[in-house]
Write a protein that binds this ligand. Sequence first.
Ligand code: HEC
Length: 124
Amino acid sequence: MKLIFISIFALYFFAGCGGEIKEVSFANDVKPIIDENCLECHNSEAKMGNLNFEDYEALMNSRYLNRTQPLVISGDPMQSRLYLVTHSENPMIRMPPENFGYDKLSDDEIKTIKVWISEGAKNN
Ligand code: HEC
């Protein structure tokens, strides 16, 4: 009996420590990246390209110029401009724009956006 108890405990312990992956949060992980790297141009006043990333609703409702497709397609980063523009090889397309003095996002930041979209682009 004691052995069973210890085994169950050990199982819980290792499951807890092992590869438990935290869900990406919009508010805690994605929004800070956007605030620091995108908001200067994509806010309700500047609204460059007709895009406003001030909050979740504004981001999800934004449409680039006269396109109808949203920037974020939940679950599908490869169709989501918000993700694609961050790592485009073409400096004319990549965001934030280097000709405005911005650095490319780090690999971690790009991955955070990708995982958030893959996980359903939730307002979490
Ligand atoms: C210095 C200003 C500036 C910053 C910072 C900036 N953008 Fe942009 N962005 C623009 C402008 C200007 C356009 C419109 C370009 C055009 O119409 O040719 C644009 C267009 C876009 C588009 C639509 C273009 C397309 O090809 O789909 C997306 C998506 C976008 N930006 C995302 C971002 C993201 C994400 C960030 C931050 C990681 C960001 N932008 C940071 C100025 C900026």
